[in-house]
Design a protein around this ligand. Structure first.
Ligand SMILES: [Zn+2]
Length: 292
């Protein structure tokens, strides 16, 4: 094993020169092997065949795939810990690491799309007195194009309690939607690029501001008060379709596969940034990114 590893190394990973010597071993517990270490004469740093590995310094790289699968299948972090029989910190660190990989992969992607759908969904951080908004953009072929999380004030009878307990809460709804649309890496296919959303007044203004109106058709769905979801009637009243079906369908999948977004659940987001991390992780699964 040691010899095989040594053969793979042609240069120092730090300075890319090949003036180095062998210097001892270290024991890798997971593979039960000794990995040879090297010393570079040029930059005077130590390295091994594991230095440039994706799973460098990980003690349980064998659990990566399982943690990824559980967290994108509606299992909580703590339940994953229990099922894998490892510590919470192991799962938590892997969760952060995997979501960072997903984020990096997503930032290199550019999407060729015919239709863009965007809307917001709601969640909470720690308590219902602190609601969050999740701005989401989806293409008509069910690819999640981007996500952005921000705070919104509590509604209804919780509003007064929230202000008394936690102070005024900023409404970042328009801000997150504007940022989301500005940061999208999309290349419209053809001139008939359609942007769709629901009938919220602000959306049309934001869409017109971010995308020039002359080139693109902006379609805002009509809301019918007696219907639970936004529906649009075609010529005959029998045919009903949802103009932003791809988006609503992905949102429903989010609620099912990301445990912290499930309604009527014990599981909540404790840190706002982790909600975004988890969505990026699910996005990797949804869009088919090969992150591990
Ligand atoms: Zn070197």
């Amino acid at each position: 094993m040691a010899l095989k590893d040594a053969k793979k190394l042609y240069s120092c990973p730090h300075c890319l020169k090949n003036h180095f010597k062998k210097k001892g071993y270290y024991y890798r517990r997971i593979s039960k092997t000794y990995i040879p270490r090297y010393f570079c004469f040029d930059c005077r740093k130590h390295f091994s065949t594991r230095t440039l590995s994706k799973t460098y310094r990980q003690k349980r790289p064998d659990l990566n795939r399982q943690v990824y699968n559980y967290l994108t299948s509606g299992v909580t972090l703590r339940r994953t810990t229990q099922m894998l029989g490892c510590s919470y910190q192991t799962v938590y660190k892997k969760y952060l690491w995997l979501s960072q990989l997903a984020k990096n992969y997503h930032s290199t992607q550019e999407f060729q799309i015919k239709e863009l759908q965007f809307d917001e969904m709601e969640s909470i951080e720690h308590t219902k007195l602190k609601p969050l908004t999740i701005a989401l953009a989806v293409s008509d072929d069910y690819k999640v194009l981007g996500v952005n999380v921000g705070t919104i004030p509590a509604k209804g009878h919780l509003s007064a309690i929230s202000i008394r307990k936690y102070g005024p809460r900023e409404n970042q709804s328009s801000l997150v939607v504007t940022e989301l649309l500005k940061n999208l890496k999309v290349r419209p296919q053809g001139l008939d690029f359609i942007i769709k959303s629901d009938s919220k007044f602000e959306y049309k203004r934001i869409a017109q501001q971010v995308f020039p109106l002359k080139k693109h058709l902006i379609h805002i769905a009509r809301v019918q008060k007696d219907k639970k979801r936004e529906m649009k009637y075609l010529k005959s009243e029998k045919i009903i379709f949802d103009p932003i079906f791809a988006l609503n369908q992905r949102m429903a999948k989010f609620r099912d596969h990301i445990k912290r977004l499930t309604r009527r659940s014990w599981c909540t987001t404790k840190k706002r940034e982790n909600l975004e991390n988890h969505i990026y992780l699910y996005m990797a699964d949804n869009n088919g990114y090969s992150i591990i």
